[in-house]
Design a protein around this ligand. Structure first.
Ligand SMILES: Nc1nc2c(ncn2[C@@H]2O[C@H](COP(=O)(O)OP(=O)(O)OP(=O)(O)O)[C@@H](O)[C@H]2O)c(=O)[nH]1
Ligand SMILES: [Mg+2]
Length: 426
């Protein structure tokens, strides 16, 4: 295991408030008395790293961190260090003390996990401190409210040694009844094509299938309704173009692409990815995009909704088959777009910015050029607008915002976005 470089192994980090039992958990998982445990809050001050073999994943790096609710000047420095760990984290274990429950510290952490696309597991510790089943259920309900991913069921699977035992049926039935208990009735499932029959038997219908995976739903009207709503945006033009964007937030780079498409097309539809994993809330992203493009008469902003997935929101798997699944998601996303969504609006062209930095996005762009032409949609890749030999990116803007460097942001974004950051500063 020592042959695996430190940076290559998945990093599993433990987070939570002080004294909830983070170090105790690390010690249990590594089966070693590695981290100092005491009843004194604030025992762990600096992150503790431990490389180990965790089956069946293989070599991993376990990281213990200082409590996120530490106090005083020193405490603040520790919290900063703990937050830096987020940058390296592939899987987060969020430890909660059953007696304290879930609150603003956990909420803040979960937001960070979602914004950074970090998979996370909530660990309830000190469970014996709850008196009865009722108290346990109350806590579970509260945690569910914090973490509900609404209606998409994904990342489900049965270990290959246990297949053909009907476990998939049991698993999905459990998830469905769990969601029903939380008043979530419209469910979508993305899964491997071989599960189609089992899921059909639970009242689901296939919406879209690719070579390897399927999207299935139990509300047969949902997708139809979605397409009807999309078509309400239709402007009577023969040939339209589309751009799918996160706009998190809208920058001069996006504006360059939008203006180019607007110049070359009769009509341009911009789909904003709705999934709210972003630092800038969805409503704000839409508002800033509308304001920034209102001078372009042939540009229309559309809320992407549940069926515009975007490479940015593909679930990143904590599994060895990452590439395979990303490929599958690209296929599904592009077929949904090409075969159904684009048709509603006479979309014949899709514009996209060249992707110099992100491997996943550039792979997605490549797939787009392969798949969309099958549906009679031409793909045009546009060079990115640069500043100081670097492509302008929304992630750079977000980084500057985090550092409070608002004056630098001004050069990179349209006025509406700049004003948004100024107002946040107040
Ligand atoms: N009652 C109870 N106590 C526990 C449990 N797990 C850990 N503890 C105790 O809780 C205290 C804190 O445990 P630690 O593992 O040091 O907690 P920590 O989250 O690492 O704390 P900091 O490093 O201070 O942030 C210790 O006294 C542990 O023995 C549990 O399941 N039940
Ligand atoms: Mg500790």
């Amino acid at each position: 295991m020592n042959s695996t470089a430190k940076g290559d192994r998945p990093h599993i980090a433990v987070f939570g408030r002080r004294n909830v039992g983070k170090s105790s958990l690390i010690n249990k998982l590594t089966n070693q008395n590695l981290a100092l445990v005491s009843s004194q809050p604030g025992t762990t001050t600096d992150p503790v790293y431990k490389a180990m073999e965790l089956l069946p994943i293989g070599p991993v790096m376990m990281i213990d961190t200082a409590g996120i609710d530490d106090q005083g000047e020193l405490g603040e420095m520790r919290i900063k260090k703990t937050k830096e760990i987020l940058r390296k984290t592939d899987l987060a274990l969020l430890v909660i003390s059953a007696s304290q429950g879930i609150g603003r510290f956990e909420e803040e952490l979960i937001k960070e996990f979602k914004a950074r696309d970090i998979a996370y597991i909530i660990v309830i510790n000190k469970i014996e401190m709850l008196k009865n089943k009722k108290e346990i259920n109350l806590l579970k309900d509260k945690i569910n409210k914090f973490t509900a991913e609404k209606n998409l069921i994904k990342c489900i699977g049965v270990d290959e040694n246990y297949r053909s035992k009907g476990l998939m049926n049991t698993l999905i039935s459990e998830i469905i009844s769990h969601q029903y208990d939380n008043n979530i009735y419209d469910l979508s499932i993305i899964t491997k094509i071989e599960n189609e029959k089992v899921i059909q038997s639970l009242g689901f219908e296939t919406i879209c299938e690719t070579e390897n995976i399927i999207l299935m739903e139990n509300n047969k009207k949902k997708f139809k309704k979605y397409l009807e709503n999309i078509s309400k945006n239709k402007v009577a033009k023969e040939q339209s173009s589309a751009i799918v964007m996160n706009l998190n937030p809208i920058t001069k780079g996006h504006m360059y692409l939008i203006e180019k498409a607007a110049k070359e097309s009769e009509q341009v539809y911009i789909f904003i990815v709705s999934e709210d994993k972003s630092k800038v809330p969805f409503e704000t992203r839409v508002k800033l995009a509308k304001e920034s493009t209102k001078f372009l008469e042939n540009v229309k902003i559309i809320e992407g909704g549940d069926y515009i997935i975007s490479s940015k929101t593909f679930p990143t798997y904590f599994s060895k088959n990452v590439d395979e699944w990303i490929n599958n998601y690209c296929d599904l996303d592009l077929k949904l777009f090409g075969k159904y969504i684009a048709k509603e609006l006479n979309i014949r062209k899709r514009y996209v910015g060249k992707e110099p930095y992100c491997e996943l996005t550039s792979f997605y762009n490549k797939k787009m050029k392969e798949i969309l032409p099958l549906y009679n949609i031409q793909v045009t890749e546009i060079e990115r607008l640069e500043q100081n030999q670097k492509a302008i990116s929304a992630s750079l803007v977000r980084k500057l915002a985090e550092k409070g460097n608002i004056s630098k942001i001004k050069e990179l974004v349209p006025e509406a976005t700049y004003k948004y950051y100024i107002s946040k500063e107040d």
